[in-house]
Design a binder for this molecule. Sequence first.
Ligand code: C2E
Ligand code: MG
Ligand code: MG
Length: 430
Amino acid sequence: TGLPNRVLLRDRFEHALAMAERARSRVAMLFLDLDNFKRVNDTLGHAAGDLLLLQVVSRLSNCTRDSDTISRQGGDEFILLLSDIPDQETVERIASKILTKLAEPMEINGHELNAACSIGIALYPDDGSSFDTLLQKADAAMYNAKGAGRNIYHFFDEQMNQQAHEHLLLQNRLNRALFQAEFHLHYQPQVEIASGRVIGVEALLRWRNPDLGDVAPARFIPVAEDCGLIVPIGAWVLEEACRQAQGLRLTEGLDLPVAVNLSALQFRRTGLVESVAGALQRSGLPPHLLELELTESILLQDVENTLETVRHLKALGVRLSIDDFGTGYSSLSYLKRFAVDRLKIDRSFVRDLNTDPDNAAIVRAVIQLARSLRLGIVAEGVETEAQLTFLREEGCQDVQGHLFSWPLALADLKAFLRRRRATAGASTSA
Ligand code: C2E
Ligand code: MG
Ligand code: MG
């Protein structure tokens, strides 16, 4: 791309800083990350990726002045140094222009692509005066922009700094958590509406750290995904869930299917199929008693590879469900292509079922869809009798939620199942 490297960039930065000091103006550091570059590289090859980068550079040059610096940080990351900036509005104008220009289609090897990106911005003197501080803050802001939906720019603010700190803190503790046996699983029962029987459980990961106490999955799983730790952690979850489900069969005489959540990263790394097969084999759990919960985003990424992995998983005899159904892109074609067994209606739709007619309509439609395609259907997050009544009337098969049970430690699950068996009469089923 013929762009200056980081050493030169530092040099230009010092220069811009000296100028800004004299002129009492600002310097803006823009951290820019292309949203789809990896996909272009993976699907169309490196040559196409390189062409895309060249076009990006030429468009970036058109959005900036000669006195500004554009530098590539390897891969799909760029740093832009804008010198002599009078005010924040000027930076905003340039950032919007870059977003617009890069999002315009470009023709590469006969394909029409765009180079949508996310931009993080830090300012001298507002956010600091050293190169490294501004770079780190622009990076944090970029990260934040990506999380907020991509193809936008974010300025750095102190709250992001705290988030970055928390991220680092959790990552450090997570590194040791597996070896120090800080994880355990809870199990949330799933109940068949018609019979009231417990027809399965979902394994939910719990983390108790000696210093941090209990940390919620919503807080630590995104961090584990970012740093790749979700892969070994996910393998541990599979191992543990299969072992404990097999334990239930041996000690309680219960053939209770267990559902395990999979993260997108586990799909993208090789070894998932081996990890699932190994967990089944070592535990002795029959494959049909293991269900893997995927999210819609997994199925939309890198479709051919995912399809291949899903085929192998199905060949093992495990079941597949789609978690949080309706919150992603809900491409209906994948339901057939991936031979999914069950849909889980996301709890955000179930929550206001009785007050929000739109959510009620969505839930009704998803139930109909599942029935037409002969898929199983579970409603998540059922908390009230009113929700249950609606779901029953609409023909929903199974439910999961606080109305029946919170996620339980294994010993509590066993007690729960025994109690339900006792109240259900002398039947052999749970
Ligand atoms: P999820 O898979 O959709 O799991 C359901 C979540 O809803 C659980 O939150 C559960 O405790 C909660 N829940 C169940 N019933 C109710 C209810 O009636 N009301 C409300 N308000 N909430 C209910 P949890 O355990 O905090 O897990 C959150 C998310 O973390 C999970 O969402 C899943 O995406 C992820 N997660 C949990 N364990 C694992 C794991 O082992 N691997 C991976 N990759 N992700 C996991
Ligand atoms: Mg789940
Ligand atoms: Mg869910």
